[in-house]
Write a protein that binds this ligand. Structure first.
Ligand code: 16G
Length: 260
């Protein structure tokens, strides 16, 4: 027996897809018409985030279009990041997030940035522990080659939407137990009088690997920003080396320039 919730969703689907108003003889290729129809329904909220789209066969029946045409339109929505396709569990509307401008002049933390925007941030620890440092960590953190490094990799979300994957490395001298970093690394450092006062950040373009894309809920190969931040204590010692990938469809990093 169907639940009333399923029936309501089915009614929405029937209304949205069976109307022929969006299909016009002179409106160009059918897949493009369906694509545009779905794109506007997603953008204006008629198809809300996380709504499951009807299966290809059902869509073909509702719209009167061939399955090949349906597939082409859905594939384009997937490429555009509007729809997420999961093997075995169908297609659903991707969470929508407006682009964010991130200042390059203030040394702030992810948690603070999201709080300022009125968003709820969260952190999922993907890995965490004490490791032998990589050559990059030895140089950046000024560690002895037989030293140890505390490393934590986190998936950063705002209002439940995954935005970035960050790996932070800190000397065990400053952070002996990285598992004690709860929501905010900077909050923990501040409490211990070790908040960085200055940082150097390098930003480059990259494409997401399959694993990164799955975590960020976008498509493999999507454009992203690779950022590394080396942050310093007022004493001049490096406290943090963080490298991360940030979703290119959401982040705009903005720098203010003055006359030299
Ligand atoms: C930001 C920083 C990152 C820092 C983190 C601390 C950039 C590009 N990176 O994401 O270096 O480790 O904030 O955030 O801005 P938290 O205090 O919320 O853990």
């Amino acid at each position: 027996m169907k639940t009333s919730r399923m029936s309501a969703q089915e009614d929405t689907h029937t209304d949205l897809f069976s109307t022929t108003s969006w299909q016009q003889r002179s409106g160009g290729p059918r897949y493009l018409q369906l694509y545009r129809h779905l794109e506007s329904a997603i953008k204006d909220g008629r198809l809300a985030a996380a709504t499951t789209l009807p299966a290809e066969r059902e869509l073909a029946t509702l719209t009167g279009l061939s399955r090949v045409t349906i597939r082409k339109a859905i594939s384009q929505l997937v490429v555009d990041g509007l729809v997420i396709q999961r093997r075995g569990s169908g297609s659903y509307v991707a969470p929508q997030m407006k682009r964010m401008e991130q200042s390059l002049s203030a040394l702030t933390s992810f948690t603070e940035d999201m709080q300022r925007r009125g968003k709820t941030s969260s952190s999922e620890t993907l890995s965490c522990g004490i490791y032998l440092p990589s050559p990059e960590e030895i140089v950046a953190l000024g560690l002895p080659s037989d030293g140890q490094v505390s490393r934590i990799t986190r998936l950063r979300r705002a209002d439940g939407i995954p935005l970035a994957i960050e790996t932070s490395s800190l000397s065990t001298e400053f952070v002996p137990d990285p598992s004690r970093i709860e929501t905010s690394l900077y909050e923990k450092l501040s409490l211990e009088g070790m908040r960085p006062s200055r940082a150097i950040q390098r930003i480059s373009a990259c494409k997401l690997t399959e694993e990164q894309a799955a975590l960020l809920e976008v498509s493999e190969g999507d454009a992203a920003l690779y950022i590394d931040r080396t942050a310093y204590l007022p004493s001049g010692r490096v406290i943090e080396l963080t490298t991360g990938v940030y979703r290119g469809d959401i982040y705009d990093f903005v720098a203010e320039l003055r006359n030299a």
